[in-house]
Ligand binder design. Structure first.
Ligand SMILES: *[C@@H]1O[C@H](CO)[C@@H](O)[C@H](O)[C@H]1NC(C)=O
Ligand SMILES: *[C@@H]1O[C@H](CO)[C@@H](O)[C@H](O)[C@H]1NC(C)=O
Length: 560
């Protein structure tokens, strides 16, 4: 939050900001030694976050209020207080008056007066949401905001490395602080993969790109849910790690931890003791897929942070360009170079990642060379189903967005024709397109989210979002998971066995059902119950897309 404040102060100098205003407290009433007062702030622009620095005329105590968290209570004189908005109290629309009411105690014979400096923390001028937000969200039987919040919290629970002071997951702590490269490079940070604690960069980078894409397209959903800072944090966490992994222009660590020993340990990452070797790709052991996907993630990240921290954004772009160069000049599949990845995330091909990376670099740089190269290398024809390994349809959607060429439209339509009811995929009795036993819901969600992105380009905007109707199982299903980070003994959480129920706070699945819609709420059934960073990625963005539609009163019937 302090970081947010700094960003604002910089943005403020840059663009005149919405500024600080001095306001007086209106004393509503006082009795005995109690007072009640109110600050009213007339707003001339949309606000995403605020801070109030209050000075009371006499010392006060025991203040109660409902809008913020105290950053300072009293100071040395007992007269100085600093209040920062609660996550769900940050958003206010231009033209309204924000009121902050509080009550407390005073000493002496006279009730206190107070003045406050009100500071607008909005910072990012691009995040101002449309007016539809405050005029009411379309009524739905699903609480998309809650799902958005909980799915994001899942990523916070998957964090590896040193956790910041604002970590919201009480049972998590610092872990894997000795993750290092073969030359002792610091490789701490990033996300644990799934139920396991290996850091597999290939799916992690895909996750990052997908989270960034959803944010760039449907920012207003995050603002509405009070999660603007949280999604930025979720995107930045793996990006900071990728920067560490990229140790030379043509050298990239792509995995920390070894699947065998890691999978043999059922315990919290805080308690791991096994060796965690790191593996990298180089010119002689290339990996165009993982280098391409990491370039895509960093280019997308540079767009996310462009107006928030231009230094950080530029750093990401430099890495993205170098990695793209590495990926295109030294071709190969990373799982052929790094055996330790092959059993878990073996790559099918790298052409799709090179196309995907090119189209993201084009967006971030405006350099048409990247677009031309993406067009030349992307796989053609109908997509099988996008995921950590296959970005065919996602790439087609972005290529169509920037070129409007018919060939992309044709391939997108061919893909969705096979995915929609009556196409070439089997459907479960409950109505879900069934691609594969592993993470069946993940594939359906990935394609449903692709359909939402396509609908934003007016490609079958009335047909495709109904694909999401086929994944409602997720919203009705039990919230359970197979993730060890959440399921293991912890003194605070008070959990003591593998069989004890997990903490039901995260939105993490189930991520698979049988082709007959069967589902078993059993942690040992990891095919149906394991969670993974990549499983939640398109889901996270798809929910943002649905919430965005709800804010604009455009939700398709199946999703209401
Ligand atoms: C985190 O680790 C530190 C140091 O071991 C410990 O003092 C603290 O209680 C831990 N916090 C939680 C939430 O487990
Ligand atoms: C912007 O990013 C740079 C580079 O990561 C960092 O050092 C700096 O602290 C950031 N600035 C703000 C205001 O957060």
């Amino acid at each position: 939050m302090r970081w947010l404040l700094l960003v604002c102060l910089i943005a403020w100098q840059r663009q005149g900001c919405h500024g600080a205003q001095t306001i007086n407290m209106q004393l509503l009433q006082h009795w005995d030694n109690n007072w009640e007062g109110q600050f009213s702030v007339p707003l001339t622009s949309d606000v995403l976050g605020w801070e109030l620095r209050i000075h009371f005329s006499t010392p006060v105590s025991g203040i109660q209020q409902w809008d913020g968290t105290w950053l300072q209570t009293g100071g040395t004189s007992g007269q100085d207080y600093v209040l920062l908005n609660l996550v769900d109290k940050g958003y206010h629309k231009a033209g309204t008056t924000m009121t902050i009411r509080m009550m407390g105690k005073f000493t002496g014979g006279t009730a206190p007066t107070a003045t406050a400096e009100y500071i607008d923390l909005t910072g990012d001028s691009q995040t101002v949401p449309p007016l539809a937000i405050m005029t009411g969200v379309q009524a739905t039987k699903y609480n998309y905001e809650e799902v958005l919040v909980k799915s994001l919290l899942f990523y916070e629970a998957q964090r590896s490395g040193k956790l910041p002071a604002n970590n919201r997951v009480p049972w998590r702590n610092d872990s894997a602080l000795n993750d290092k490269g073969s030359n002792n490079e610091d490789l701490t940070g990033g996300y644990y993969d799934a139920g396991d604690h290996v850091k597999f960069n290939f799916p992690m980078a895909y996750t990052t790109t997908m989270l960034a894409w959803g944010y760039l397209e449907w920012k207003d959903a995050y603002t509405q849910a009070g999660q603007h800072q949280q999604i930025l944090d979720a995107i930045k966490w793996p990006l900071d790690y990728f920067i560490k992994c990229h140790v030379a222009p043509h050298e990239l660590y792509v995995q920390v931890g070894d699947g065998g020993p890691d999978h043999g340990f059922w315990g919290r990452p805080e308690d791991m003791t096994m060796a965690r070797p790191a593996f990298k790709i180089t010119e002689s052991r290339p990996g165009s897929d993982v280098a391409g996907e990491t370039a895509a993630a960093m280019a997308a990240g540079s767009l996310v942070f462009k107006h928030i921290n231009s230094t950080y954004s530029a750093t990401l772009l430099t890495h993205a360009r170098q990695l793209y160069d590495f990926a295109t000049k030294y071709k190969g599949k990373y799982s052929d170079s790094v055996n330790q990845a092959a059993a878990y995330y073996r790559s099918g091909a790298y052409e799709d990642e090179l196309g995907w990376a090119g189209v993201w670099l084009f967006q971030a740089t405006g350099d048409r060379r990247y677009l031309t190269e993406a067009e030349a290398i992307r796989p053609t024809g109908a997509g099988w189903g996008d995921s950590w390994d296959d970005k065919t349809t996602y790439t087609d959607i972005l290529l169509y967005k920037f070129t409007h060429k018919n060939e992309y439209k044709t391939d997108i339509e061919a893909t969705f024709t096979s995915w929609m009811p009556g196409g070439s995929l089997p459907y479960t009795p409950g109505g879900m397109a069934y691609r594969l036993q592993w993470g069946a819901l993940r594939y359906a969600v990935n394609m449903a989210t692709a359909a939402l992105f396509a609908a934003d380009l007016n490609l079958h905007e009335h047909d495709y979002p109904s694909l999401l109707g086929s994944v409602q199982t997720l919203q009705n299903g039990p919230i359970i998971d197979q993730a060890r980070v959440q399921a293991c003994p912890h003194p605070v959480a008070g959990m003591n066995s593998e069989t004890q129920a997990p903490i039901p706070t995260l939105c993490t699945g189930p991520w698979s059902v049988g082709q007959d819609d069967s589902y078993k709420d059993d942690r040992n059934d990891y095919v149906k119950n394991e969670v993974a960073c990549d499983y939640n990625a398109a889901w996270q963005s798809g929910i943002a897309g649905l919430l965005h539609l709800a804010l604009h009163n455009e939700l398709p019937t199946d999703c209401k």
